[in-house]
Every structure is written in structure tokens, then in C-alpha cells.
Design a protein around this ligand. Structure first.
Ligand code: 8OZ
Length: 366
């Protein structure tokens, strides 16, 4: 069934995809230890996967305070921009398209990973029930301090500057990381946002930070190069809300005015079940969005073909399958077997389990 729409081109804003199989953002913790610069191996890794219709890079911190795990890359310093340039050049040389995921972790961090060992920042001083990787093992996340009202515009501007940096580095666009319990998600949810100013309380107020970031990034580089990822029903990183359906109904309706290149949603629990709580339907949220929609989470080949065929999704993002199958698109097209990734090398390390997975042709006996 290679004629499936999944394998046909698409245009999302200014992004031209050769097919609708998207590489989901995958944290791999291989940036240079001293300065969070992505190295030559990252260029090779992404170039190997350039047959994806669109690559969304691993989440990359927009500023030092936005970091929450050891060895994740940044997109705020000149050296990081230079490192990413080599990545985008390598992907473009293979005919691929690539956007960078812009990330601020908020409270999902540890003092060991923060400038001067300071506390991470968040909407409110409420610790997440979550863990992070500091480079010396997994540790409970640190209790954050609440952002002062006056600090918020600087963080919004850091997203816009990171987006400009991304364009300078040769990216085709950016994806704002609004999912998985990180800073934007922390502002959205009443479990983590107890603010009493303009950024807390009502749905309008809790969505304010998200909308300001989207406004700033789209003004900086164009809405047609800006995507957004959300995970409305995911409990990732200890996030929760008293009424996620109402929250994301408000958020998605409000997003329509920006004309984003796409909305990318984790359907169900991140890296987990596609089931959502009783009374909630991802399909109802998806239906509210008026632009291109990238679906994600646990899709098989058959599910992806069907979802794109019947219009429930315009593209499908695959995460873990792209780790061990650099030529995932060709394998899905051919209905070939998929290789299994080695979990021991998902996070951190060097080439092993990163750039040494063979294509089908390289695997086939001579
Ligand atoms: C796995 C490990 C560390 C970070 C996310 C950026 O969940 C991540 C992440 C995933 O969005």
C-alpha cells in the first residue's frame, strides 16, 4: 500500500514535506559537556534520518536557566548556533527538512544544572513529582522559585531570540515545546500554576504565557515557520489540571488566530498509553484546530496510514522507531520489519546506539 497518502508530499505553512512521516523530538543527551553545543555526531545522526518528511530536533534550551537534564543542546550561544549550522547543512544536503524544538524546562530541573546552582524557575514555587538526569544519575527535581512578574517578558523574549538564532543556524523553522510538563505546560495547568497575577487563575490568564510566546516567536520568524507541541492529556513530569478538556479547548481555540504552520499533539500519555481519562477525547481537541495537525504517540504503520487517509491527521510523528531505523520512511513504505532500539544508549553516550544503526540495504545479506 505504498500509494498511501502518508507517503505523499504536504505543505505546512512554509514547510514543504516530501512525505507525512515526521521524526518526533527525541532527547539523546549527547551535546558537548562544557557548553551544550551539538557536535559532528549530531549532524551525522540527523542526516541519516533526512528522508523523514520533517525532522523535529531534540528539545533544546533557549537559555541557560531553561536546562533540566545533563548534555542537552542549547540554541542561545554563538557556538551552539555554529554547531546547529552543521546539522542543518547536513540534513539539507540529503534533501531533508528540519525544525528545532525550543525548550524551557521550568521546574523540571535540578540546582546542579542551573547557573550558579540556583533554584529552577517556575510559575509557582511548587516542586514537581518528577525526576531528572543530572549526569550522575536520576535525582528528584529541585523545588523551584516562582518567577517575578517582571521576569516573564525576558523569558518570552528568549524564545523569540532562540527562534531568530534557529533561522541563523539554517533551520526551516521551530517547534515551540508546550508539552510534557515543562515551563509552558506549568503555566497552563492549575496543579502547577497558583499565581494570583495576570498569569494565573482564569483560563485566559493561564494561557497568557503560551500565547505571548507564540506571539513573540511568530513575530520574530513568521507563523508559517512556527509549530507548537502540546500534550493535553499527558501526566508527564507530574503535571495535572482540574479540567484539562476546558483548558485545552480554550488554548486551541485561541491558537487559531496565529496561523501556525502546524499543531503537534501527544495523544494520551507521553511515551505511554493512548488512553485518555474518562470524558476526554483527543479527537474533540484536534477538531478545534484549523491548521495542519501532526499526530503522535504509539502509532503503528497501519494506524498512521489510516489516520492520514481519513483526515484525522495531516502527518504522523514517530519517535522511538526513528532511533533504530534511520530509513524509517522506506521501511514503512515497504512494510519491512523495524529494528528495536537499545534503551541503554537512548540517553547519553557517543556513536553507539546513535549513529550506528544500519539502513535496510546495509542490513541485507550481500
Ligand atoms: C525524555 C527524557 C528527557 C527529556 C520530553 C524533552 O519529554 C523531553 C524529554 C524526554 O519532552
Amino acid at each position: 500500500m505504498t500509494a498511501a497518502k502518508l507517503f505523499t508530499p504536504a505543505r505546512f505553512g512554509a514547510l514543504e514535506l516530501a512525505n507525512r512521516v515526521v521524526m518526533a523530538p527525541l532527547t539523546r543527551n549527547r551535546a558537548r559537556k562544557e557548553d551544550d553545543v551539538p557536535g559532528p555526531l549530531a549532524a551525522r545522526y540527523y542526516a541519516q534520518r533526512a528522508s523523514a518528511g520533517l525532522i523535529i530536533t531534540e528539545a533544546s534550551q533557549i537559555m541557560p536557566e531553561g536546562k533540566g537534564y545533563a548534555w542537552t543542546p542549547g540554541i542561545y550561544s554563538p557556538a551552539q548556533i555554529e554547531g546547529w549550522k552543521k546539522v542543518t547543512e547536513a540534513v539539507h544536503a540529503e534533501g531533508g527538512r528540519i525544525v528545532i524544538q525550543l525548550w524551557h524546562v521550568g521546574r523540571i530541573s535540578h540546582t546542579l544544572l542551573q547557573p550558579n546552582g540556583q533554584a529552577p524557575v517556575a510559575p509557582s514555587a511548587i516542586a514537581a513529582e518528577s525526576r531528572t538526569f543530572t549526569g550522575e544519575g536520576f535525582t528528584a527535581t529541585s523545588t523551584p522559585r516562582a518567577l517575578e512578574l517582571e521576569e516573564i517578558p525576558g523569558i518570552v523574549e528568549a524564545y523569540a531570540q532562540a527562534a531568530r538564532n534557529a533561522i541563523e543556524a539554517g533551520f526551516d523553522g521551530v517547534e515551540i515545546h508546550g508539552a510534557n510538563g515543562y515551563l509552558i505546560d506549568q503555566f497552563l495547568r492549575d496543579g502547577s500554576n497558583h499565581r494570583t497575577d495576570a498569569y494565573g487563575g482564569s483560563l485566559e490568564n493561564r494561557c497568557r504565557f503560551l500565547f505571548e510566546v507564540v506571539e513573540a516567536v511568530t513575530a520574530a520568524i513568521g507563523a508559517d515557520r512556527t509549530g507548537l507541541r502540546l500534550s493535553p492529556m499527558s501526566p508527564a513530569n507530574g503535571i495535572h489540571d482540574s479540567d484539562a478538556m476546558a483548558l485545552f479547548t480554550h488554548a486551541i481555540k485561541g491558537l487559531n488566530r496565529f496561523g501556525l504552520a502546524y499543531l503537534h499533539m501527544v495523544e494520551g500519555a507521553t511515551q505511554g498509553s493512548r488512553e485518555t481519562p474518562n470524558g476526554t477525547e483527543m479527537a474533540d481537541l484536534r477538531a478545534l484546530f484549523e491548521g495542519p495537525y501532526i499526530a503522535n504517540n504509539g502509532y503503528t504503520r497501519e494506524m498512521a496510514i489510516e489516520a492520514v487517509e481519513d483526515g484525522r491527521a495531516d502527518a504522523v510523528a514517530f519517535g522511538r522507531p526513528f532511533i533504530a531505523n534511520p530509513d524509517l520512511v522506506a521501511r514503512l513504505k515497504a512494510d519491512a520489519a523495524l529494528a528495536e532500539g537499545d534503551r541503554a544508549t537512548y540517553y547519553g553516550g557517543a556513536a553507539e546506539g546513535y549513529t550506528d544503526y544500519p539502513t535496510m540495504a546495509e542490513t541485507a545479506p550481500a
